[in-house]
Write a protein that binds this ligand. Structure first.
Ligand code: ADP
Length: 566
């Protein structure tokens, strides 16, 4: 082979290699090209898909949604727009017209100006909070929630989305619910008034028989009447309490109180209840509990009484153990831990959850003889929760139960309470004797119900007071003279001129501004005390009148020189 031939062969081989490489590159390019076409097709498909999603979304969205550009011209609108009388076609909207034209199909007057102003502010970068707009159209009232949000691209505002939610139904349901709630509160206030007024007579009169009668048989009957009306009253109170908690209106009246007297009060009450049962009452009160606490003593007692009354109710024999101890939380607070253990019927495992529900009593076949509303535990649990604690139970069916709760209380005095000085009072302690005498006090009682007048006057008798009585607001105004009465007890609900009106009229008479007027009311709903004080009364007394509260009022409002300790 000549040199030339050799060179050509090499060149040929090189060219063949070059062709092969080019072919390979070509293949790669072809594949890449195909891939790019595929990707493009894919993107095209997803764009079409997305567009169809958006179209579908705008078509079926149950609310009105408008998208505009940054000059407030229409870009898109949901089909909801076309369901109402409208002035623009779909094409016009897509081509872009002044959004004001479209929005004025819904909004008019100040509502339209407010909306456009908010749109302008939003385009200028201000955050616009959703707001409620009320509109009247064709005699119907609409409640529309308007949401305006900027549409962003590369952190620049490119337009707006304006969303309108029709809240008419929700708002009207809410208004109805509020009206129903108000009706419930009014009903409760009225019911409590209707029931408490006659109860006032029943408890008052039985109190008089117990105090004045020498006939042992009559006294026994009176004592039963008093006990029955007390239990009826406690049921009414349960229902009222419960509805107060439900509506978040439960008041807590926080005051300093002596720990030992709180424990003693409840223990005494329980010892009396336990008297006719073969039950032992064990009280284990830790001596280290701070001597003086600050909180709502009444509400704490309410939980304790609830748990212990249940324990006594559901235990035939054995014991009731009540233990109470405290743990320091910080410089100002301690946590009280309470346990009430009984050896009673116990609660089935599957019923444990249920007993804390409202109006629930379990095992009713066994408990039929026991009265109650099934609200006690529900109320106690909520009271404990409001005092930042919890209520729970451990129980073995047939063996007994242990209810326990804890609450957070402020500490007034950290000195340990020490050993309890237990007072074993007799049942007769129930007959109330006032702690003072006020023979010279001059008191006017105003009530349209004659029996109630008699009851109030009767409660005042042991104080040595002979009260003047008026059976109407008009009569009270006639009898009123400046400085004639140290105290005026005024019934709230009276026909023609009620207690509030009478009080206001007295206030306008000479010396009336300073007259001490205490309202007597069966409306024990939450907030009543504050309301009555706001109206202009100095204080209020709930019916049925509790002689113990009368003592408080006497001490607080009678001139001190007329009070003699008895
Ligand atoms: P009631 O007013 O009926 O006592 P509660 O809410 O206080 O309502 O109690 C609900 C139910 O829980 C009771 O009816 C009873 O079935 C059950 N229960 C409560 N305490 C005890 C207990 N110490 N032992 C057994 N069962 C109890």
């Amino acid at each position: 082979m000549t040199d030339e031939e050799k060179r050509l062969t090499i060149e040929n081989k090189r060219l063949a290699r070059e062709v092969k490489r080019l072919k390979k590159d070509n293949d790669i390019l072809r594949v890449a090209n195909e891939q790019s076409a595929n990707t493009q097709a894919y993107f095209q498909r997803s764009l079409t898909k997305q567009a169809s999603y958006i179209t579908e979304f705008l078509r079926s969205a149950p609310y009105f949604m408008l998208i505009t550009d940054d000059r407030l011209r229409t870009v898109m609108v949901s089909d909801q727009y076309f369901k109402y009388p409208h002035s623009l076609t779909k094409e016009e909207v897509l081509q872009g017209v002044d959004a004001k034209r479209l929005l004025s199909d819904f909004f008019y007057g100040p509502a339209l100006s407010i909306l456009l102003e908010k749109c302008r502010l939003c385009l200028a970068g201000k955050e616009i909070k959703p707001y409620m707009q009320y509109l009247i159209k064709d005699g119907r009232r609409f409640a529309i929630e308007v949401n305006i949000r900027p549409m962003m691209e590369d952190s620049k505002i490119t337009g707006l989305s304006i969303l309108q939610l029709d809240m008419t139904e929700i708002v009207s349901n809410m208004e109805q619910a509020r009206a129903a709630d108000r009706a419930k509160s009014n009903f409760l206030a009225n019911m409590s008034h209707e029931i408490r007024t006659p109860m006032n007579v029943i408890t008052g009169m039985s109190e008089f028989i117990l105090r004045d009668s020498h006939d042992e048989e009559a006294k026994k009957h009176a004592s039963s009447i008093k006990a029955a009306s007390k239990s009826l009253l406690s049921i009414i109170n349960d229902i009222l309490d419960f509805s107060k908690i439900e509506s978040g209106k439960m008041d807590f009246v926080n005051d300093p109180f002596m720990t030992s007297s709180m424990i003693n009060d409840v223990a005494t009450m329980m010892r009396i209840r336990i008297q006719d049962k073969p039950l032992e009452f064990r009280l284990e009160a830790d001596e280290d509990i701070p001597v003086m606490l600050f909180g709502d003593e009444g509400r704490i007692k309410q939980i304790l009484i609830n748990l212990m009354t249940n324990a006594i109710k559901f235990t035939k024999k054995g014991y009731i153990r009540w233990s109470v101890r405290s743990v320091k939380v910080d410089d100002g607070h301690c946590r009280l831990f309470v346990e009430v253990e009984d050896t009673g019927i116990g609660i089935k495992h599957e019923n444990i959850e249920k007993i804390f529900s409202d109006f629930t009593q379990v095992d009713t076949k066994r408990n039929r003889s026991e009265e109650g509303t099934g609200l006690g535990l529900a109320i106690s649990q909520r009271l404990a929760e409001q005092m930042e604690g919890k209520l729970g139970v451990k129980s073995v069916y047939g063996k007994g139960s242990t209810f326990f709760f804890d609450i957070l209380v402020r500490v007034e005095d950290w000195t340990p309470m020490g050993k309890l000085n237990e007072v074993h009072s007799e049942q007769t302690a129930d007959i109330y004797r006032p702690s003072i005498v006020a023979k010279d006090a001059r008191i006017l009682v105003v009530d349209d119900n004659e029996m109630n007048l008699e009851v109030t006057a009767g409660i005042l008798e042991p104080y040595g007071i002979e009260a003047a009585c008026a059976d109407s607001g008009e009569k009270a105004l006639e009898m009123y003279e400046p400085d004639k009465y140290d105290l005026i007890f005024m019934d709230h609900m009276m026909p023609v001129m009620d207690g509030v009106e009478t009080m206001k009229k007295i206030r306008k008479l000479p010396g009336g501004k300073d007259a001490v007027i205490i309202v007597l009311t069966a409306n024990a709903l939450s907030g009543a005390a504050v309301e009555y004080k706001k109206m202009g009364f100095q204080d209020f007394l709930a019916k049925p009148l509790d002689p113990k509260n009368m003592d408080r009022i006497m001490r607080a409002y009678l001139p001190p020189e007329k009070i003699i300790e008895s």
